[in-house]
Design a protein around this ligand. Sequence first.
Ligand code: ATP
Ligand code: MG
Length: 558
Amino acid sequence: MATEEAAVTNFIRDIINEDLAAGKHSGVVTRFPPEPNGYLHIGHAKSICLNFGIAQDYAGRCHLRFDDTNPTAEDIEYVDSITEDVKWLGFNWGESCFYAADYFERIYGYAEDLIKKDRAYVCTLSPEEFKEYRGVPNRPGKSSPWRDRPVEESLDLFRRMRAGEFADGEYVVRAKIDMASPNLHMRDPAIYRIKHAHHHRTGDAWCVYPMYDFAHCIEDSIEGITHSICTLEFEVHRPLYDWILDALEVECHPQQIEFARLNLTYTVMSKRKLLELVRDGHVDGWDDPRMPTVSGLRRRGFTAASIREFCRRVGVTKVESLTDIALLEHCIRDELNKTAARAMGVLNPLKLVITNYPEGQEETLEGINNPGDESAGTRPVPFSRELYIERGDFREEAPKKFFRLKPGQEVRLRYGYLVTCTGCKKDEATGEVTEVTCTYDPETRGGNAPDGRRVKGTIHWVSAAHAKEVEVRLFDRLFTCERPDDVPEGGDFKDNLNPDSLSVTRAFVEPSLATAEPGSRFQLERTGYFVVDTKDSTPECPVFSRIVPLRDSWAKKR
Ligand code: ATP
Ligand code: MG
């Protein structure tokens, strides 16, 4: 993590410092508790960096805990991807990987305890009645007629719920709290429900499952968590979190602390919506390079360090905000600017013929691998009479300020010679330019004129005979607007999908890239940072994906 600056402090660290100074805890234990119902996204990365970062800095522990209390949406595929992603981000849970499902027996026992204390009861209201009785925030709700069901009867029913005697929805267990509370979460919330469903970990052992709010605080308590960090939407659940642990009189009562979730422009972050994109085939899987998932960003070519740096720069606050996706792109660009080797590739090729360069002759020029890092050395770059240049670097008629190729103008071929444009050939039918001609000055090898004459434009190129053809994938934002979740009545976030988020072309690249390994990153000069795709690239048909273009809209905005 040498390129990263020290963690910035934040209000959560302030709380922890105070707790430690007051002797409240002997050490710090946090947790990252994903539900394995989807792949992790960049928002989760923020939570991971926060929780594991705190554990690291306070020499404590951060548990990886699968919050798998909802059997229908969860899957082992998600467990595996989450494990891989957290590891890849550079964090280590040691021995502390846990599953909420492993606590089902204890959580069930705690629910029985609440019933025995007359602080929970089995309710027979239908889901519709349940909702109706609960009421609205500014008016008290109505008590269930089953609220005063005798303890023995509730206990018996709960045990029969567990034994599988009833159908889904027939009964629920509810905490007995306060039907007049202005906080709806405190109006006798359900804590256990019947669900005849197969669980990825416990199989068919259970047909009753705890509700999230009941399970989560117990999981934290069982694991001895000191600071239970979650996002702001759980602030209104905190009284319930505390009520349950107080009612159960457990030894360990963690402190819940909420922070603002990460929102990014041009991005949807909800797992449900990301799943929809995958299921409906709008993207090529969870790891599509356009996805904001950790696996998508990894495939796109982002490094773990760049994501950690992004999270550090975003910071941790209690104020909802929308982060510019340009900051994320800035972080990888900034890193690759220092580390990525340079090479040349032409995305939209146009033939350039140097008419005074002897036919059949070729030579080897020297390309500098990284102008900012001398130790990166040089590479051989073959040069010959026929080259490819970018179509956009030639204009037959061009304004004065166009410093690239136009008839009569001299430009520098990167690492090569100075050449002067002499004309072009066109397709008679279409008028399209098919070839540009020029002459070179043999005295200018390396790109400088001995007489010191000034040449403003420098263009990249590849030798036609030596070039390697590859597939290039260029990405644009997945959505066309900053807040794709904001849709008018009756609309759908998918209406905001960008139909041009992926464009595929064929490009010619210099031969040094022919053997680039999948996952390796480099800069194609003037064009952007690229990665060899880890999924689709083969030695026969290499696939280069653009991570980001060179232009830094974030730096420009500063
Ligand atoms: P989503 O709302 O995207 O479906 P989730 O909150 O349901 O996500 P969980 O698996 O419950 O997903 O999340 C695990 C942890 O990650 C939680 O502690 C949650 O607060 C945190 N988290 C989820 N999304 C974000 C986000 N956008 N920013 C910061 N933390 C997040
Ligand atoms: Mg959640």
